[in-house]
Design a protein. Structure first.
Length: 200
């Protein structure tokens, strides 16, 4: 009989703890960041990526669906349960969640992030395909995937005129994992320009 192999890995609880720690660290870094628009923009992108990872982990843990809806006009996004099991509608308590949020929502206003001086805005949310499609949300399924077959890209901007800076947060539709910036997200420069031009 061949010897049994033991595989080391992470449990879902350990994964949730790591995501929570990442969100706390991102929030702690914000006040210490240099006041430049690019620095604040990158910190806001890390907070967004952490919240998207949190939504994905909730979907996997509870074998359900969780949606993050973007509200560009108010530069905010809202995480909610979107599956059929109504007992999951009330979100679990988390240390990085605003206690004033309704029980079924986790609301993040980019303007309220600590240390943000230059306004960081959600300029545009699109799905990548043969052409760009405007999107309002991203939903994660029980395997961590998104319920859309195309990658979702969020364009964040900060500053005005010559001081305007941008960064992208993309979500892989198969894995549900996020990436920040052009290189990490594998967004071609010409596609980035199309997204950015539509965001003005």
């Amino acid at each position: 009989m061949p010897p049994r192999r033991h595989f080391a890995g992470f449990t879902l609880v350990e994964l949730l703890i790591v995501i929570a720690i990442m969100a706390i660290l991102a929030a702690a870094i914000l006040p210490n960041a240099r006041s430049g628009a690019q620095d604040q923009l990158e910190c806001a992108a890390r907070v967004l990526a952490s919240d998207l990872a949190y939504a994905r982990s909730l979907a996997v843990t509870h074998e359900s669906r969780y949606r993050v809806t973007f509200d560009p006009s108010n530069s905010r996004y809202i995480l909610e349960h979107s599956g059929t099991n109504s007992t999951l509608d009330a979100l679990p308590s988390a240390i990085f969640r605003n206690p004033n949020d309704p029980p079924h929502q986790h609301i993040v206003n980019l303007a309220d992030l600590p240390g943000i001086v230059a306004p960081v805005e959600i300029a545009r949310v699109v799905r990548l395909g043969a052409s760009l499609e405007e999107a309002a949300d991203v939903e994660f399924g029980p395997l961590g995937e998104t319920t859309e077959s195309k990658a979702t890209v969020i364009l964040l901007t900060a500053g005005e005129g010559a001081e305007r800076r941008r960064t992208f947060v993309s979500i892989n539709p198969v894995t549900g994992l996020t990436a920040i910036g052009l290189d990490a997200a594998r967004i071609e420069p010409d596609v980035a320009a199309q997204i950015d031009n539509g965001g003005n």
